[in-house]
Design a protein around this ligand. Structure first.
Ligand code: SAM
Length: 215
């Protein structure tokens, strides 16, 4: 059965390449991480299609292409300290753990955080620290970060996250209204200087917190 998922995973990666994902390290991470294990067993047969899927608590695991696009945008080297807001299933966290030195991840819903921790432990990701709480305030004690990735839709870039980026670092975040967003990359060029790039439209669940949506 696991062989079957292995070949479905390689097919998923071919789709990512056809859609324009180029970073070789990102592609290798997607070849390796078993996405099905981050889902309920009933959803395993759908795990390698290019779609978001439910993970409980009215939340979703993001579509593989969007996970790849966001990860590629971070331009990780293997030496980086990364902050993820919205652990969800932990799948994106595992991809980041393959590509960075260490990953700090914040999830507001305790049950999701605990489930993600369990799967990441089973897969022996020892370079991941997960915290339950409001990620819109960031993780000041561990800042600055080379990359910050927000996997939920925000009305604007949260100030604390901008501050906790190192100079030369990148924040990848979907910004827009509650229905549709643009996937934005902010390059921190100086203390208060950012360059912005728009990677295109996307749809995420809401980022709920002090510096996000209120409910
Ligand atoms: N990256 C995840 C994955 O691979 O499964 C998908 C994340 S899901 C689209 C968005 C997650 O963000 C949800 O689990 C939600 O509970 C979480 N979230 C929303 N607002 C948050 C906040 N202020 N702090 C931390 N997590 C938050």
């Amino acid at each position: 059965m696991h062989n079957e998922y292995h070949s479905l995973r390689q097919q998923m990666v071919e789709t990512l390449i056809e859609r324009g994902i180029r970073d070789r390290r990102v592609i290798e991470a997607f070849r390796k991480v078993p996405r099905h294990l981050f889902l309920d067993e009933a959803l395993w047969p759908q795990a390698y299609s290019d779609h978001p899927l439910p993970i409980g608590e009215r939340q979703t695991i993001s579509q593989p292409y969007i996970v790849a696009l966001m990860t590629e945008a971070l331009g990780l080297t293997g030496m980086d300290k990364v902050l993820e807001i919205g652990t969800g299933s932990g799948y994106q966290t595992a991809i980041l753990a393959e590509l960075a030195d260490c990953v700090y991840s914040i999830e507001r819903l305790p049950d999701l955080a605990k489930r993600a921790r369990k799967v990441l432990d089973q897969l022996k990701y020892t370079n991941v620290v997960i915290r339950i709480g409001d990620g819109t305030a960031g993780w000041r004690d561990e800042s600055p970060f080379a990359g910050i990735i927000v996997t939920a839709a925000a009305p604007g870039a949260p100030d604390p996250l901008m501050q906790q980026l190192e100079i030369g670092g990148k924040l990848v975040i979907p910004i827009g209204d509650e229905q549709f967003q643009d996937l934005l990359v902010y390059f921190k060029e100086g203390e208060d200087r950012y360059r912005e790039q728009n990677l295109g439209g996307c749809r995420f669940v809401k980022l709920i917190g002090e510096h996000g949506w209120k409910t």
